[in-house]
Design a protein around this ligand. Structure first.
Ligand code: ADP
Ligand code: MG
Length: 335
């Protein structure tokens, strides 16, 4: 029986009174990255759990030990011995060893599942934001266009304000046009063509020559012979937007590194900068139209990037540390 539990693929804890860890099987040690059972036996199981759920866990333990209840699933974060945080699901029920009652806790690592759920959720959110903004843009564009028709007034009754009105109106129309472009890229039926991505990335960098004066660029193209098939203009615009952001994130001097490599059916492009970085809060919202921290920003660049990459069946991951820099990691499917 003991062998069976010790070799089980499920991570199992046996917890006694006051939360003391009485037993911990091999899978559990691996999950927690603890090398020997002595390191955790008799410790309080709460040390692996975030402080805000300590009370809840104590209460759950009481319900198991005193009322002999089998508990509902609990999703929480858990700290590994090396400090890494994982997402887990705890299944808890009473168990008896001799005549003593303990709580048996089965710990399931659900980090991967959570990540996938979040990705799907984010994509769904972006798609609906895109649809909503595209339909609002459409509604606003029509009245603006008809107001623009009245600029003929200028000829019969010239007025200084009419000039301002005209230029402001043009700005508004350009914004709306941009939004329509980025939020519904499939409106523009572009053919799928083979793309020599490394060559194109090189040409894109040329467009920024004056800005590159203070920025050191490094290109690491490992698999440049791998070509993509996709909508060329949309994809180039997406990489243009990513490079532009990377450059704008570097206030003074800094480095930009662009990597290109093939792995497991995907072309990976990483755009790394040593710029200002992105806050946690902002990271969650990236891709939302009009979200910008720049005084002259449109907040539409990343909306275009996310929708284009998703439309090509790809994914995009962002890592950033404030004051240190940012990595945009794009994966695009490729045969
Ligand atoms: P814009 O560049 O017009 O502000 P984007 O959609 O391109 O709009 O970007 C949205 C926001 O995301 C930016 O205002 C900036 O705060 C943040 N951002 C994007 N890329 C980076 C980056 N490489 N480094 C730091 N911040 C970034
Ligand atoms: Mg931008």
């Amino acid at each position: 029986m003991h062998q069976l539990i010790n070799n089980s693929l499920n991570a199992i804890w046996i917890v006694g009174e006051e939360g003391k860890i009485y037993y911990c099987n091999r899978a559990c040690l691996e999950l927690l990255r603890v090398f020997s059972p002595e390191n955790i036996l008799n410790k309080n199981f709460c040390i692996f759990l975030p402080p805000d759920i300590h009370e809840i866990c104590k209460d759950r333990l009481r319900r198991v030990l005193e009322k002999k209840e089998q508990l509902e699933l609990l999703e929480t974060k858990m700290f590994r011995n090396d400090g890494e945080v994982i997402e887990v699901e705890l299944r808890t029920a009473p168990c008896y060893l001799g005549d003593k009652i303990f709580a048996q806790v089965i710990v399931q690592d659900i980090t991967h599942r959570k990540k996938t759920e979040k990705l799907l959720n984010d994509q769904g959110k972006l798609a609906s934001i895109g649809q909503i903004s595209a339909s609002i843009a459409h509604e606003i564009k029509n009245p603006l266009t008809s107001v623009k028709g009245f600029q003929l007034l200028k000829e019969s009754q010239p007025h200084f304000y009419l000039d301002i009105m005209e230029s402001e109106l043009d700005k508004a129309l350009a914004t709306i046009q941009n939004l329509l472009h980025v939020s519904k890229p499939d409106l523009f039926e572009e053919p799928l063509v083979p793309i020599e991505l490394c060559k194109e990335l090189n040409s894109l960098l040329f467009l920024f020559q004056e800005k590159l004066y203070n920025v050191n660029t490094e290109l690491l193209f490992r698999d440049s012979e791998r070509n993509l098939v996709g909508k060329r203009n949309l994809l180039l615009k997406a990489f243009f937007n990513l490079i532009k952001n990377a450059l704008e994130a570097i206030p003074d001097k800094g480095d930009i590194k662009i990597e290109h490599y093939y792995q497991n059916g995907f072309i990976n492009i990483k755009i790394c900068d040593t710029g200002v970085g992105i806050s946690e809060d902002m990271l969650k919202k990236l891709g939302t139209p009009f979200l910008s921290t720049k005084s002259e920003g449109t907040g539409l660049g990343l909306t275009q990037v996310f929708t284009t990459i998703h439309e090509h069946g790809g994914s995009i991951f962002v890592q950033s540390i404030i004051g240190r820099g940012t990595v945009f990691h794009v994966q695009l499917p490729c045969d």
